[in-house]
Design a protein around this ligand. Structure first.
Ligand code: ADP
Ligand code: MG
Length: 312
């Protein structure tokens, strides 16, 4: 779907992006991750031609982006940026409608789309007439996502879209976005320097350092087989716990339920929460109950630790 081949961008003497190549498949969410200044934003902006590259090639659905007009690219690629990036003097309605207006949609179609999008991102219809300064941080970021989705583009580029939020709202929005993205089936390139966000959202992580792509793999693949000490130390000791949070009880084979008194979880509980529950309750196992409260099996701390090694 998106292909970068030997992409290089220089600013004067320094090389912001150095010979970067990768592919993002249709429907995949790829995260560009790395320390500040490593070239993530520059790489992302090369995809929609907001940055003119010095060498290499970017193609979208098999065609070089240089063969497409900026207008056509805007129709195919939604863009949500760092901070928020809403136009402060425009209402929410006009902000969301900016690309559809550019594309010449009629008023009725735009109104319908704005209403639909507000509902999709979980905001009341009355929001449409507010100005960005009248919104909370979380509301503004939802509008940023709605605006990127406005013309229903198959591809989304997102640059730290939840960066300006407090941790609780950030995690809520991340989880909602993960659900929404699966429903909508978009191809997404997502920039972040936040390891937790990358591991939670990414089908694949493209780890960058000093303009270069260091390693690209699923979070599980990076965890099991880091290509270098840099990769290992970048993700740190918490990596295993973060991987646990990507998987649920239902991903593991259950053992026999143990004796009474063990804490209860459900098949939907994520495995990091299962471990947290064991630690909090001072118990090395849990029982797994279904929605009706019927016990379906059990898990020991050993089941979780050895099970996660085998999951992809
Ligand atoms: P990241 O998004 O990973 O933080 P960027 O892609 O924004 O990194 O920047 C990569 C490098 O390129 C940095 O050293 C940055 O200072 C430099 N850079 C980015 N944009 C410009 C620009 N317009 N002019 C000069 N240098 C730039
Ligand atoms: Mg950046």
């Amino acid at each position: 779907m998106i292909e970068l081949h030997g992409v290089t961008k220089r600013y004067g003497e320094s090389t912001a992006v150095d010979d970067v190549s990768f592919r993002v498949e249709r429907g995949e969410l790829a995260v560009l991750l790395g320390p500040s200044g490593c070239g993530k934003t520059t790489t992302l902006r090369a995809i929609n031609r907001m940055v003119a590259i010095d060498s290499g090639e970017v193609s979208l659905a098999g065609r070089p982006v240089l063969d497409r007009s900026p207008d056509e690219l805007r129709r195919h690629i939604g863009y949500a940026i760092q901070g928020v990036g809403l136009f402060p003097h425009m209402t929410v309605h006009r902000n969301i409608a900016s690309v559809p207006r550019l594309l010449g949609w009629d008023k009725q179609r735009i109104d319908r789309r704005v209403t639909e999008l507000l509902e999709l991102v979980g905001l009341p219809a009355g929001c449409a007439f507010k100005k960005p300064r009248e919104l909370s941080g979380g509301e503004a970021q939802r509008i940023g996502v709605a605006r990127a989705l406005a013309a229903d583009p198959p591809v989304l580029l997102m640059d730290e879209p939840f960066g300006a939020l407090d941790p609780i709202n950030r995690e809520r929005l991340q989880r909602e976005f993960a659900e929404l993205r699966r429903e909508l089936g978009k191809t997404v390139v997502f920039v972040t320097h936040d390891i937790g966000e990358a591991v939670l959202l990414g089908d694949r992580i493209l780890l960058m350092r000093e303009g270069r792509l260091v390693q690209s793999n699923t979070p599980e693949g990076l965890w099991r087989s880091p290509a270098s000490d840099f990769v290992r130390s970048f993700f740190g000791n918490e990596f295993g716990l973060r991987i646990l949070s990507r998987h649920r009880v239902s991903d593991l084979a259950l053992g026999a339920p143990s004796r009474n008194g063990a804490p209860r979880v459900t098949r939907a509980t994520n495995l990091r929460d299962v471990l947290a529950c064991m630690v909090t309750e001072g118990c090395d196992h849990v029982v797994v109950a279904d929605e009706e409260g019927t016990i379906r099996g059990g898990l020991t701390v050993h089941d979780v630790i050895s099970g996660i090694r085998g999951l992809s």
